[in-house]
Design a protein around this ligand. Structure first.
Ligand code: F6P
Length: 553
């Protein structure tokens, strides 16, 4: 990243002023007017991401035509990318320079998928983890009683949960993991420190064939360690106090000593390098549950990510998909004032995509301090939320139609997932939602709609305003040919790079997370009975909670 010395906040650049003027010009131009004036924009604002390998001809397509910009705006967004020297930033990212400038280290998660060279002297060897995962798949691992391990429970939170959980949900065979005709373990994820989550999994588990993977880069995350301890106690209670339960644990962590001290066998501690951030870690040993679930297809997942890396690194900004996605989000957030972004995957396998994206975008770019230490003058990461379609249609889409908030929408559809007619319904619904939310319904159309219901005129006039929807919700639609390992890899890498583009242009570091440390410090202080850190309100809250505890005891 540019040194703080030559860093210029983006608001000081000529393209920023031009974009501010575009935002004013377009403020009252509905999207449908943009289309009426320029029907061909549908073609110009769709980007086909060609996959240069033989795995698939066309990897994915992104349609940006329902975004509230025109050619001039888009040209100035690209100009902003040039003025912020984004090409140089991409180069520095891939060259392993310390783009994580606060922690002074590289962000080379792409190296885990072959998308950039391994930083020198790094220990990114996943061979041991792979052998372990394949042994587990093949039924070669046994528990302390000699029973074959058939159940993997991942104990992790944040990046040590969201990526693998999403990928396993997306790619697991619905019939379970079948290897050589034998049903292998199921894979479960436990993230919450609320005992209910682990208890639910344990209620269906057989201790003799269960393996817990303690997934924690730091091996210092209280929730994960508390669950690991609960798992250890459960194993002892089930299998006997005197039995060696180390056969039921593995760990993914770079705090090897701490994992061994917990009781994990040294050869079962799989590390991930420091330059792989938690929210970018599904490609590393943190992907162990995915590797167990999909076996050799894990390499297709990595290949999908790597192809996106190559595209991002080599393609001019004007045709670069992560750049388009990043600039579009930046336009909505910083210029149109749209602070809310919904991820709407119309694929049940991607139901955890919004959660994964929430951490990726909000933990990466949810910051306000620029690289020179000054405060940003523009909004940064949006509030990311969403759920799988069509479920959201029957829950929150009403607000998108008639509420008071502007929300930027990312629809994700997968067109080739089987012949079942319900797949068609899914895709048709996504397209219909994007269209209806763009076009809206004016008073006149509302009246016409009611007229077709043969209502009396007075009733039509009474009801018509309630049918009006303003439309104009901007959306991008990403089309996958199928939801398979390759395309999931490409999709996740696309969003990772989108986040880099935005962080670079805003001038913030997407790769640290100092903010979340603050709450952790206070929780630690509370746990150790310290009171000094508390304000009056919190001191009272602590007292009230304690009183309640006493009362219901
Ligand atoms: O609290 C935030 C965080 O540090 C995330 O960045 C990370 O993904 C998560 O906690 C889990 O961290 P670890 O893998 O070290 O347990």
């Amino acid at each position: 990243m540019a040194d703080a010395g030559d860093f210029n906040p983006p608001q000081h650049l000529p393209a920023w002023a031009a974009l501010t003027a575009h935002a004013q010009r377009l403020a009252n131009q509905p999207l449908s007017t943009l289309f009426a004036n320029d029907p061909d924009r549908a073609h110009r604002f769709a980007l086909v991401f060609e996959n240069p390998t033989e795995l698939d001809q066309s990897a994915l397509i992104a349609d940006f035509s329902k975004q509230r910009f025109d050619d001039q705006t888009f040209a100035d967004l690209i100009q902003l990318a040039h003025e912020t020297r984004l090409t140089e930033g991409i180069q520095r990212l891939f060259d392993g320079e310390p783009v994580n400038f606060t922690e002074k280290r590289a962000a080379s998660h792409m190296a885990m998928r072959g998308g950039c060279p391994l930083p020198s002297g790094s220990g990114a060897n996943t061979r041991a983890m792979r052998t372990f995962a394949f042994d587990l798949r093949e039924g070669l691992l046994t528990g302390s009683t000699g029973k074959t391990i058939r159940h993997l429970v991942n104990l992790g939170i944040g990046g040590s949960d969201l990526g693998p959980r999403l990928a396993v949900e997306a790619l697991a065979d619905p019939h379970g993991v079948i290897v050589s005709g034998v049903e292998l373990a199921r894979v479960d994820f436990v993230a919450n420190v609320d005992s209910r989550e682990l208890d639910t999994v344990l209620a269906r588990a057989d201790a003799a064939d269960t393996l817990f993977v303690i997934s924690s880069k730091s091996f210092n995350t209280p929730e994960t360690l508390a669950n690991a301890e609960a798992a250890r106690q459960w194993l002892r209670a089930q299998l006997g106090e005197d039995i060696d339960i180390s056969a039921h644990f593995a760990a993914v962590s770079n705090a090897t000593e701490a994992a061994i001290a917990f009781g994990v066998r040294p050869e079962r501690v799989f590390s991930l390098p420091e330059w792989v951030g938690g929210r970018y870690s599904v490609w590393s040993a943190i992907g162990l549950p995915l590797l167990v679930t999909i076996g050799g297809m894990f390499d297709d997942f990595l290949a999908g990510g790597r192809i996106m890396d190559d595209h991002f690194r080599l393609t001019p900004l004007e045709q670069n998909l992560p750049v388009w996605l990043g600039l579009t989000g930046l336009w909505n957030t910083s210029f149109l004032g749209i602070q809310s972004m919904a991820a709407l995957p119309y694929a049940h396998g991607l139901r955890s995509f919004p959660n994964w994206l929430q951490q990726l975008e909000m933990e990466s770019n949810g910051k306000c301090t620029l690289r020179d230490g000054s405060r940003t003058e523009t909004a940064t990461a949006p509030i990311v939320w969403g759920c799988a379609g069509t479920i959201g249609q029957h829950a929150f889409h009403q607000l998108l139609y008639q509420g008071t908030h502007r929300v930027a929408l990312d629809f994700i559809i997968s067109v080739g997932d089987g012949e079942d007619p319900r797949q068609r319904i899914l895709v048709d619904n996504a397209i219909a939602q994007a269209a209806a939310l763009m076009v809206g319904r004016n008073l006149e159309t509302a009246r016409t709609t009611l007229t077709h219901r043969n209502l009396p005129t007075a009733e039509i006039e009474r009801l018509a305003p309630h049918l009006v929807s303003e439309g104009n919700q901007p959306s991008t639609t990403i089309i996958l040919p199928r939801l398979d390992a390759f395309h999931l890899g490409a999709l996740l890498a696309l969003y990772e790079h989108k986040v880099f583009v935005q962080g670079w242009i805003w001038g913030i570091n997407p790769f640290d997370q100092y903010g979340v440390e603050h709450g952790k410090e206070i929780a630690r202080a509370l746990a150790s009975g310290e009171t000094g850190v508390q304000d009056a309100s919190t001191a009272q809250l602590v007292r009230l909670v304690e009183e309640f505890r006493q009362r219901i005891r």
